[in-house]
Design a protein around this ligand. Structure first.
Ligand SMILES: C[S@@+](CC[C@H](N)C(=O)[O-])C[C@H]1O[C@@H](n2cnc3c(N)ncnc32)[C@H](O)[C@@H]1O
Length: 260
């Protein structure tokens, strides 16, 4: 009863339910959550769908049923048995600003044989991501690497030019922008606010991507609903030929997808 009373008191004081419960569902995962990390949002579950679609485009899974007789002669991109890379996996995905690990751990849980790197600047957030990684367990967990540092700086240099999909949900709120108290008073400011324009973190993620992506690789970035035009322009400036901003389930342009 004392524990329930405490939880009710915290909720009545305005604390988000996800922090009060200490866990929340994200796609197939049950993630531990507390004030060290952003509460993963449903829109970000959709971002994972886009990242997985880009990954599947790079790494088609073998279709069920008999293979065509010339299957082994077809190019690796179309036959589903892609050669393993230096990390012993068939593809590499990077999640920048992993927070609770929601995106990185979902990709690892939902696609076999893929190495997933999650980078994070906040040591406190990274500690929680590590706890969630331990909770994931199994073979999927052995394919996840978590690294502390600023965006791409946390990655090993030999990953450059070989990442299949870069995915990120960076902070994209402008300093001074009004947020509901349930967000502004409880969630980590560094996970929400990017800088004076709100586009600083998106800009850093987009500008750095070409160096790390493999030829034909994809960048998938969650952006604010008013940032589509600016995000597309940032991608063009970084050298992406035909970036798109795709709508979320509410029809708002929220996911930048750009291919090398
Ligand atoms: C919007 S939150 C997203 C967290 C998680 N990926 C999700 O979708 O729930 C942004 C994350 O980026 C991290 N971050 C902010 N600036 C960063 C930087 N320069 N380098 C790496 N991570 C950063 C924050 O600490 C925070 O965890």
């Amino acid at each position: 009863m004392a524990r329930v009373d405490d939880m009710v008191a915290r909720r009545m004081a305005g604390e988000p339910l996800q922090y009060v419960l200490g866990r929340w569902g994200f796609r197939r995962l049950d993630l531990a959550l507390d004030r060290r990390v952003l509460i993963p949002r449903p829109e970000t579950e959709e971002v994972v769908d886009h990242a997985l679609a880009e990954l599947d485009r790079r790494l088609p899974r073998t279709p069920p049923g008999p293979s065509p007789s010339n299957w082994r002669d077809s190019p690796p991109e179309t036959r589903g048995d892609r050669a393993k890379n230096a990390w012993g996996s068939t593809a590499v995905v990077v999640d920048l600003g992993t927070g609770s690990g929601a995106i990185a751990l979902s990709v690892a849980a939902e696609r076999e044989g893929v190495t997933v790197w999650g980078t994070e600047r906040s040591p406190a957030a990274l500690a929680l991501a590590r706890a969630n990684l331990a909770g994931l367990g199994g073979r999927a967990a052995t394919r996840v690497r978590l690294a502390e540092g600023d965006w791409y700086d946390a990655l090993p240099a030999d990953l450059a030019g070989s990442v299949d999909v870069i995915v990120a949900n960076p902070p994209y709120v402008a300093a001074g922008e009004e947020l509901p108290p349930v967000v502004a008073d409880w969630e980590p400011p560094d996970a929400l606010v990017s800088g004076p324009t709100g586009l600083e973190a998106v800009g850093a993620v987009v500008a750095g991507a070409p160096r790390w992506l493999a030829p034909g690789g994809a960048l998938v970035v969650e952006v604010g609903a008013t940032q589509a035009t600016a995000a597309r322009a940032l991608a063009v400036a970084a050298g992406f030929a035909a970036p798109e901003v795709r709508p979320d389930l509410a029809g708002r342009p929220r996911v930048l997808v750009a291919r090398t």
